[in-house]
Design a protein around this ligand. Structure first.
Ligand SMILES: C[S@@+](CC[C@H](N)C(=O)[O-])C[C@H]1O[C@@H](n2cnc3c(N)ncnc32)[C@H](O)[C@@H]1O
Length: 276
């Protein structure tokens, strides 16, 4: 396991993923009934932007460093959470962002396999009765920890994509999850380096008949160089009412801050599969 999220915290892909996750949680919070969240690839929970790793890549400067200046109301909720977690000194990981929005009856399950990052995550939430931290494999946890007794909630799948076959594994897990836990809102992050793997991923979802999927994608340049993160996507299954339109507005507002005027930049929300 070579991937460490500290190098990438707060980059443009984190901004897109986290702004959309905040919107998904608001959808779940619209009903009084308690829910749970499973964050399968959690990282450390929050990041010091002055630490050597983020300073070395500087990725956050071209991500949250630009997005934070937005005054678009559609980003206000996300940016308020980021600031409340210590930005500009710190940038929250998905566990910190999700944790902020939980009500007393809601629950958060976090999985992280890297020994050091799992230890940091455990220390962060030690003694918090709403949060369970597992040092366990995400893919195994997806079946072990679902469906939730609450019968509602969010499953966030955010793999590092450092191994071959991650798209295939993601599509297979989404298919399994839709049979095990139909009611879950599922959000799965993926890179857009070039088009072919993304097309194959969407085709695999159609083939597996995973219903009701939206692909929310932010692309900063033509995705033709497979060595660069040219864009990113969040595949959302079973999105709450109103999310599709909000996702479009969020991605447009992000692109307005992140654009470098390159050919091929785009903010899109497309239906990959339909309700059966
Ligand atoms: C992209 S990062 C997660 C970032 C985090 N979700 C956030 O938004 O702040 C992916 C994380 O998954 C962890 N990881 C990689 N393979 C895993 C596996 N099989 N099971 C659980 N965690 C894994 C890595 O150590 C890394 O911390």
């Amino acid at each position: 396991m070579n991937y460490r999220h500290a190098f990438h915290a707060g980059n443009f892909a984190d901004c897109a993923k986290h702004a959309l996750v905040v919107a998904l949680l608001r959808g779940l919070l619209a009903k009084d009934k308690p829910f749970a969240v499973l964050d399968t690839h959690a990282g450390t929970g929050g990041y010091d932007l002055s630490a050597p790793e983020p300073q070395r890549t500087g990725e956050w400067r071209d991500g949250i460093g630009r997005v934070a200046a937005s005054d678009d109301p559609v980003l206000a909720d996300y940016l308020a959470q980021v600031r409340a977690e210590g930005f500009p000194g710190r940038y929250p990981g998905s566990p910190a962002l999700i944790h902020r929005l939980l009500r007393p009856g809601d629950r958060l399950m976090l999985c992280e396999l890297h020994p050091e990052d799992a230890a940091t995550l455990k220390a962060r939430f030690r003694g918090d009765p709403q949060v369970a931290v597992h040092r366990r494999d995400a893919w195994e946890a997806l079946t072990a920890l679902t469906p939730f007794p609450e019968r509602r909630g969010l499953v966030l799948i955010d793999p590092p994509f450092e191994q071959d076959g991650e798209f295939e594994r993601l599509a297979a897990s989404l298919a399994v999850l839709r049979h095990r836990f139909r009611a879950a809102v599922v959000a799965a992050w993926y890179p857009v380096k070039h088009r072919a793997p993304v097309r194959a991923f969407h085709a695999a979802l159609r083939e597996a008949e995973v219903a009701d999927c939206l692909a929310c994608e932010l692309t900063l340049r033509e995705p033709t160089d497979p060595t660069r993160l040219n864009g990113c996507g969040l595949l959302v299954a079973n999105a709450p009412f109103g999310f599709e339109l909000e996702a479009r507005r969020i991605l447009d507002a992000l692109l307005a801050r992140l654009s470098r005027g390159e050919d091929g930049e785009a903010a899109t929300v497309t239906r990959v599969t339909v309700e059966r």
